[in-house]
Structure formats: structure tokens, C-alpha cells
Ligand binder design. Structure first.
Ligand SMILES: [Zn+2]
Length: 548
């Protein structure tokens, strides 16, 4: 009894001494280095992880650009702390439909950052840099605030190989286009885009695109399309898009899904039905959308495509011929009639360089002002005069709100702006470039209750990441890139309007890209942490492999 007590006491003493020794040893180096475990911790957040699941309360710790821990994290363990004050913390938004070829001139990409967007996919609607390696490579010398991915544009490739010719490519030209697309995929393009209403994409038949899409398919990319028609032939155009995906064996993304023909307003159950049907057959088809009833593109896209064959100089020659000009006017008139609009009061100038006083006015208003006429022929004459003077960027108020809502409510729809990098100037561009994401969250989620907050976030984060192959982005997950937005779901709203578009949204306080704060307390920082997001066709380096 005595001995065993003694033994126990002795053992306890030895254990204490050893424990003390070990404790001391473990403690000393930590004190000496005093290194925090994390670079940054965001506390007191309601986390919406991007999956569509309901929010949960937690802290998010960041280390080396990645999300290192989600849960309870003591602020003392991080070098820097942000108190989210109970606001929503979500993955940074991924905008899969942009036109930011000029982003290196405006590396802050402020209009996107202030919408909570942290990754952009450019090269849409058939128009891109054709040297993808060079385009993405510039990011090293010219750092950007946001991450950047690109598609390779069929129109740009076709123009490089065969100009603005209105004909099928020769076998040799087809091969050269395929080679350019292949190189683009190897250099990191995420897929092929088409713009089948634009010159020269509009001159391509389906088989030309299928052959190029097959190349893209081999390199793991997708097919993103501005379809041949969004008006009276929209159903045929959807079928063509799906057929291309089916024949080439790759996913299809239908860009800025809409109906822009007044006679077909209310037909989105039919057009969405075509996509649902394709998906039911096992075809990977998704769509994207901006949250407005107006589109924006060139003035020239309203004129017959045959006019533009061979390029702008050829078109001007054709218009100088009286009989040909007459034909252009008649074809344009027919197109207007088919679209269901009685005149061009729905067509508003966003930017016209020869006379900036036109910006913000409709073609009907301008024609009244310049020609004192209000008939359609005079309006088309006015459009032709503006086209001949260099053209204009336009806004077309051609959609129906119920259609916009139906498209948004569909599970396979993602939210994308179709915008470029904006600069505050005297143009009157489409407000989508300033407000799109905030408008969805403020107007369609909070005010109209069309979709839940969690579903809206999913459409801006994990769905785009899944569709475009960004594997370690678009979710709040340990190990994922720390692209993060913090906002107040009770105040977030767009402020940009069609009359006054140059206004940033409200309610978004913090934006982080790869763990670096690019918007802090509503102020832009100097940080330029963006990286190039390369597609599956480009062999990744070890460092890149999991952060794409
Ligand atoms: Zn487009």
C-alpha cells in the first residue's frame, strides 16, 4: 500500500516535471517567433458559401491567398482582422460574360470590383485577342485588381485568316482557323466564343463552327455563343447552339439569354424549355443573363449583314450606290417590322463620337432634332449617316420584364454583366457595367423575392466556376482561393440608371482577391492581386495547379 502510494506520487512528479519541460520547450520557439498563424481573419460573418446552402455564422481565416480555416478563429492568431459585423460573406463574384480586352489600360477594374466581382471571363461574342498567351501573359508586367480568363473568339480568328469575307472558308483556311484555336486553347483559353450576328462570325455556317468546337473539346473547353438570332428565329438559334455542342462533344453556354423580339415577348417558357430538353438528354447546356430589359451593342448590327461583307470601306461604297442604299433601307425596315417595334424610339445612343450631344437620345429623337422627321425611313437614313461617320454604341430597350424574371429563376442561369471596364466620361453606357450584381441582390432578391439570396449567390459563384472550370474558386471552402465579398443584404442596391449610368452600387464594403483586400471599407486599395485563370488545355505549373 505504502509502496504503491509512493510509486504513484513519484510517477506523478516525473510526469509533471516532464510535462513542464515539454511545455517549456513548446512555448519558447513560439514566443521567440511570435508569428501569427494567418495573414487575415474575417470575424463575425454570416457565410454564404456559394453552394446554395443557407448562411451560417463563422469566421474565415486566410493564409497565402487561400482560405485556411472556416469556423471559430481567434483574432489574435492573425496579422490583420476585419470585423464583418454580421454582414454576408460570400465568394467573390465570377462574371463569365465581359468584354475587357482593354483591361490593362484600367487595371483597377473599379466598376467590377465595386459590384463584388473578383474574376472576369472576356473574349465573348466571337471577339477576343487571338494571341491568348500574350494577352494573359501581360498580367505579369501589368498586374490587375481582378482575376482574368479569356475565351478565344471565332470572329477574331476568322478575321485573321480570311478578313470580313462573306463566304465559306477553303479547306486551307479552315485548317488555319483550327490551328489558331488550338494554339489559343494551349495558351490557356477556357473555350471558344462566337458572335453569329456580327461580322465576320455571321458569315459562318454551322459546320465551320462544329469543326472548331471539336478542337476546343479536345482541350477541355466549352462553347459560349452569342447566338445567330435572339428575335424571331431565337428557337432555331438555340437549336443550332445545342447541335454544335452535341456534334463537337462539349458544354454549351448560351450568352445573355433573352428574347429581343416584341412579338415573342412571353415566350421564355418555350426557349427555356429547349434548354431543359437538351439537359434532359444529357447535354451540358447553361445560360447567362444580365438583369435588365435592354441590351447594348453596335448600331451596325441593326443593318443587314450583307452590307458589311469585305469591311467598312466596302460597305461605304455600297451605300454610295443609290439602288443598293435603297435595298439596305428596305431590308432594315423589314427587320424592324419582324422585331415588332413600330419605330426606333427603343434604340438609344450610348456613345457617338462625332456628336456627343446624341449620347442618351433615341434614334427617333435624334431624327426629329436633325431632320425634323419622324417616319421610319428618315430614322434609317439617320442611322446610315451615323454608321458612315464611324458608327455608334447603342442601347436597345427590347425585352420584357417577365421574361427576364423567368430566365433568372432557372437553376442553370448564371449572372453576368456583358460589360466592359467602365470609365466615367460623357458616354451614356448600359448601367449593367456598374450595377448588375447589386441589382440582382437588391431588386430581384430583396425587393421582388424572385430568388433566394443563397441561390442568387450560387448563380454568381459556384455555378460559373463549375461551368468554366475554375476548380478552386467560387466557394467558401478551406483550400480555395480567398476571393471574397462582404455586403449588407439589407442595403445592397444598384444606383446606375439608363439616364445616369456612371454610379457605383451601395452596400458592398469589402472585396478580396486571392486574399488581398482590393476594396476596404468602400475604398479602393492599391492591391493588384489578380492572376490569369487558364483553361484545361494549358498545362499548369505545380504552383498554379490547385488555384485555378
Ligand atoms: Zn454578345
Amino acid at each position: 500500500m505504502k509502496t504503491s502510494l509512493f510509486k504513484s506520487a513519484l510517477l506523478a512528479l516525473i510526469a509533471l516535471a516532464l510535462g513542464g519541460l515539454l511545455w517549456g520547450r513548446a512555448d519558447q520557439p513560439a514566443r521567440a517567433q511570435a508569428l501569427p498563424a494567418y495573414d487575415l481573419v474575417i470575424t463575425n460573418a454570416r457565410i454564404i458559401d456559394g453552394s446554395g446552402n443557407p448562411w451560417f455564422r463563422g469566421d474565415v481565416a486566410i493564409k497565402d491567398g487561400r482560405i485556411a480555416r472556416i469556423g471559430r478563429v481567434a483574432p489574435a492568431t492573425a496579422a490583420q482582422t476585419i470585423d464583418a459585423k454580421g454582414q454576408i460573406l460570400a465568394p467573390g463574384f465570377i462574371d463569365v460574360h465581359t468584354h475587357v480586352e482593354s483591361i490593362y489600360n484600367t487595371p483597377t477594374a473599379e466598376n467590377f470590383v465595386r459590384m463584388g466581382v473578383t474574376s472576369l471571363v472576356t473574349g465573348n461574342c466571337g471577339s477576343s485577342a487571338t494571341d491568348v498567351g500574350q494577352f494573359l501573359g501581360r498580367l505579369k508586367e501589368k498586374p490587375l485588381a481582378v482575376n482574368l480568363a479569356t475565351l478565344i473568339g471565332h470572329g477574331s480568328v476568322r478575321r485573321d485568316v480570311m478578313g470580313a469575307e462573306d463566304r465559306a472558308p477553303t479547306a486551307d483556311e479552315q485548317k488555319r482557323m483550327e490551328a489558331l484555336v488550338e494554339q489559343g486553347m494551349k495558351d490557356g483559353a477556357v473555350g471558344l466564343s462566337t458572335g453569329l450576328i456580327y461580322v465576320p462570325g455571321t458569315y459562318a455556317k454551322t459546320d465551320e463552327i462544329v469543326a472548331l468546337a471539336r478542337v476546343v473539346s479536345r482541350h477541355g473547353g466549352l462553347y459560349a455563343t452569342h447566338m445567330r438570332n435572339e428575335g424571331d428565329k431565337v428557337a432555331d438559334a438555340i437549336r443550332e447552339s445545342i447541335l454544335i455542342g452535341e456534334q463537337a462533344g462539349l458544354p454549351v453556354e448560351i450568352s445573355h439569354f433573352k428574347i429581343s423580339n416584341k412579338k415573342l415577348w412571353g415566350q421564355t417558357p418555350m426557349t427555356l424549355g429547349l434548354v431543359r430538353e437538351a439537359r434532359a438528354r444529357g447535354l451540358n447546356v447553361t445560360v447567362d443573363q444580365y438583369a435588365y430589359t435592354a441590351s447594348s451593342t453596335s448600331l451596325s448590327s441593326r443593318l443587314p449583314s450583307w452590307l458589311h461583307a469585305g469591311g467598312f470601306e466596302e460597305a461605304k461604297k455600297r451605300l454610295a450606290d443609290k439602288a443598293t442604299r435603297e435595298r439596305v433601307i428596305n431590308d432594315t425596315k423589314d427587320a424592324l417590322k419582324r422585331s415588332g417595334f413600330k419605330d426606333y424610339s427603343f434604340a438609344v445612343v450610348a456613345s457617338y463620337n462625332p456628336d456627343k450631344s446624341f449620347n442618351g437620345k433615341s434614334i427617333a429623337e435624334i431624327t426629329k432634332q436633325v431632320r425634323n422627321k419622324s417616319d421610319v425611313t428618315s430614322q434609317i437614313e439617320q442611322m446610315l449617316a451615323m454608321y458612315e461617320a464611324g458608327g455608334a454604341s447603342m442601347i436597345y430597350h427590347g425585352m420584357n420584364e417577365d421574361d427576364v424574371k423567368r430566365i433568372m429563376a432557372e437553376p442553370f442561369t448564371m449572372i453576368a454583366s456583358d460589360a466592359g471596364v467602365r470609365q466615367v466620361d460623357d458616354s451614356v453606357p448600359h448601367p449593367r457595367g456598374y450595377g448588375n450584381n447589386a441589382r440582382v441582390l437588391g431588386q430581384y432578391v430583396r425587393n421582388l423575392k424572385l430568388i433566394s439570396l443563397e441561390d442568387a449567390i450560387r448563380k454568381m459563384t459556384s455555378l460559373p466556376a463549375q461551368t468554366f472550370g475554375f476548380r478552386a474558386r467560387g466557394m467558401i471552402r478551406e483550400g480555395f482561393a480567398a476571393d471574397i465579398v462582404i455586403f449588407d443584404e439589407n442595403t445592397i442596391i444598384d444606383q446606375a440608371t439608363f439616364d445616369k449610368p456612371h454610379q457605383y452600387p451601395l452596400g458592398i464594403s469589402y472585396v478580396l482577391v486571392n486574399g488581398a483586400v482590393v476594396l476596404a471599407n468602400n475604398q479602393l486599395t492599391e492591391a493588384r492581386p489578380g492572376v490569369a485563370l487558364r483553361g484545361a488545355g494549358s498545362p499548369p505549373t505545380n504552383k498554379e495547379i490547385s488555384i485555378r
